[in-house]
Design a protein around this ligand. Structure first.
Ligand code: SF4
Length: 207
C-alpha cells in the first residue's frame, strides 16, 4: 500500500476522533504565540500555559519584555526546562521584533527563523496559527505516528517527514492535519500505551 493510500485511510479516522483539533497554547497577542512556541521546546503545552499565565501578566507588552529584568522572566518560567536560555531568548526576541520588525511578527519563514529559539518547526506553527499560511510543521507526535504508520522511516529528520507528508496531503488540509495529528499523538496514539485495541488503523500500522 502506498503512503498516499495509507493517509487516505488514516485521515478520516483521525478526523472523526478530533474534528475540532486546535492549537492548545494560550496567547492573546501574536508575539505571545511566538514566545509560547519557543518555550514549548522539550516541554508540554500544559506546562507552558502554566508559565505564561503569570509571565504574560507580569510582562504585558513587547517593550516590557525588552526592558524587563531577566531574573524576573527566569523566575516566571523556572519550572520549564532550559529556562535560563529561554528567558534570554524572550528578551532577545522582543528586542529584535521592536528594532527590526516594527514590533510585528514577520510572516516570512526565513525572517521568523531569525528570531531566537525559532526554527523551521516553530516558524511553521506561527505561520499556520497567526497568518493561516498552509504549513505542516512536524513535532515529536507527528514523527512517532508517521513512523508507526510507515509514512516515514526512523532515519528521517523532521524536515524529511514534513516534505513526505506535504506530498501526500492536499495543501488545504495541512493546517488542520497538523493539529489533528498532534491531538492523535497526544491523546490516542500515545508514546506509551497507545489505544490500539480501539484503533481503526491497526491494518495499516507497523507498531
Ligand atoms: S494501531 Fe496503535 S500504534 Fe498504530 S496508529 Fe493505532 S493507536 Fe497508534
Amino acid at each position: 500500500m502506498t503512503s498516499k493510500e495509507k493517509i487516505e485511510i488514516a485521515l478520516p479516522f483521525i478526523d472523526s476522533l478530533f474534528p475540532d483539533a486546535k492549537c492548545e497554547l494560550f496567547y492573546s497577542k501574536d508575539y505571545e504565540l511566538a514566545i509560547a512556541v519557543m518555550l514549548s521546546a522539550q516541554t508540554t503545552d500544559k506546562a507552558v500555559n502554566k508559565a505564561t499565565e503569570k509571565l504574560f501578566k507580569d510582562f504585558p507588552t513587547l517593550e516590557s519584555f525588552a526592558s524587563g529584568d531577566i531574573k524576573k522572566i527566569e523566575n516566571d518560567i523556572q519550572f520549564l526546562g532550559l529556562f535560563k536560555n529561554k528567558a534570554k531568548n524572550i528578551k532577545d526576541l522582543a528586542n529584535i521584533l521592536l528594532t527590526e520588525f516594527n514590533g510585528k511578527l514577520p510572516s516570512d519563514k526565513n525572517e521568523l527563523q531569525k528570531l531566537p529559539g525559532i526554527g523551521n518547526k516553530s516558524a511553521g506553527v506561527i505561520r499556520c496559527e497567526v497568518f493561516k499560511i498552509p504549513d505542516l510543521p512536524v513535532d515529536t507526535h507527528i514523527i512517532r505516528i508517521s513512523n508507526r504508520l510507515g509514512l516515514a522511516n526512523s532515519k528521517d529528520e523532521p524536515i524529511d517527514i514534513e516534505r513526505k507528508l506535504k506530498k501526500i496531503i492536499p495543501e488545504d488540509r495541512w493546517i488542520k492535519t497538523h493539529h489533528q495529528l498532534i491531538h492523535f499523538g497526544r491523546y490516542f496514539c500515545t508514546a506509551k500505551n497507545p489505544k490500539c485495541e480501539s484503533c481503526q488503523l491497526r491494518n495499516i500500522c507497523k507498531y
